[in-house]
Design a protein around this ligand. Structure first.
Ligand SMILES: NC(=O)c1ccc[n+]([C@@H]2O[C@H](COP(=O)([O-])OP(=O)(O)OC[C@H]3O[C@@H](n4cnc5c(N)ncnc54)[C@H](OP(=O)(O)O)[C@@H]3O)[C@@H](O)[C@H]2O)c1
Length: 285
């Protein structure tokens, strides 16, 4: 898709962070936008910002409340959205969460909730909307992470959900091509969003140390990379040089990547044993 002017775009998780930045950027390109999330007050505030970015008063901008992890709710809300706003040309599945902890500290409830929001949520919206989108074609973007192709310390539940998104997206891509639907997966690096600040509250020192050297990106940069990647029809959209380098190294030299991560983890754990203070700065997953 080269031109978003007049296109109907659904952004799930569009009230904050990367989803909101993408909604504003697409409003500035003339798209009609519906954002979806759970909290009404955040949706209302976000909609105000999206309205400020629009280029024409004829653009339809709206929001709907939904919890993507609840199948019956998604079915009802997405079906209503299609009736009220039209079939989406673009679906961006951006809702997600991360509570990094070491495996043995992750409760079964945290694990299931992470899977239900990050992965089942994408399954749910896609399952409802693909039958409609098949008619005219379009573009689906599923938001994964660097932790979706690189298993990271502290992210056993999160990485599992984000790896699942990539497998799902690759398989879906090959099935939907015949209907003119492009499927992409966005793998953002650490990005300065409310979700990222929440994530930092539980992040183990090892996880912080692994990503300490990475540049913290701004949501607007990620939105720009996402839109440029969609225009080029890229399957993998990986913003920033660091992320693309890790992607390449993980594919070509997985042992090297493991060695670097293991050395960092060992150093942090040795410091902790010796009572030293491990790396404090952060730029997470
Ligand atoms: N920021 C990063 O460093 C980073 C890095 C890699 C990948 N990512 C991924 O990028 C995506 C966006 O992250 P972000 O940092 O921009 O997060 P954010 O600022 O926390 O925004 C998350 C959005 O998802 C919505 N959401 C969360 N749970 C939901 C649910 N159950 N149903 C419906 N909507 C829900 C939130 O609204 P409500 O809470 O009101 O529902 C909000 O609109 C996530 O998938 C995240 O895993 C982020």
């Amino acid at each position: 898709m080269k031109d978003f002017n007049g296109k109907v775009v659904y952004i799930v998780g569009g009230s904050s962070g990367i989803g909101l930045a993408t909604a504003k950027a697409l409003a500035a390109e003339g798209a009609h936008i519906v954002i979806f999330a759970r909290r009404k007050e955040h949706l209302e505030q976000a909609l105000g910002q999206i309205k400020s970015a629009r280029v024409s008063s004829s653009q339809r901008l709206s929001y709907m409340q939904v919890d993507v992890s609840v199948w019956d709710e998604v079915k009802a809300v997405m079906s209503r959205a299609v009736t009220e706003f039209g079939v989406p040309d673009v679906l961006i599945n951006c809702a997600g969460r991360a509570y990094p902890r070491v495996f043995e500290e992750i409760s079964y409830q945290q694990f299931t909730e992470t899977m239900e929001v990050n992965f089942y949520g994408i399954w749910h919206t896609t399952a409802v909307l693909v039958p409609y989108m098949k008619e005219n074609g379009g573009h689906i973007v599923n938001v994964s992470s660097i932790a979706g192709f690189l298993g990271l310390f502290g992210y056993t539940d999160y990485s599992a959900s984000k790896f699942a998104i990539i497998g799902f997206s690759e398989a879906l891509r090959s099935e939907l091509k015949q209907y003119g639907i492009t499927v992409s997966v966005l793998c953002p690096p650490d990005t300065d969003t409310p979700g990222f600040h929440e994530e930092n509250k539980t992040k183990p020192e090892e996880t912080r140390a692994i990503s300490a050297g990475a540049k913290l990106r701004q949501p607007d940069e990620i939105a720009r990379a996402l839109i440029d990647g969609m225009k080029k029809g890229e399957m993998y959209i990986i913003p920033g040089f660091d992320g693309r380098l890790i992607f390449l190294l993980k594919r070509l030299f997985p042992g090297l990547v493991e060695f670097v991560m293991d050395s960092t983890i060992k150093r942090v754990q040795a410091q902790r044993r010796n009572g030293g203070s491990p790396q404090k700065e952060t730029a997470g997953g």
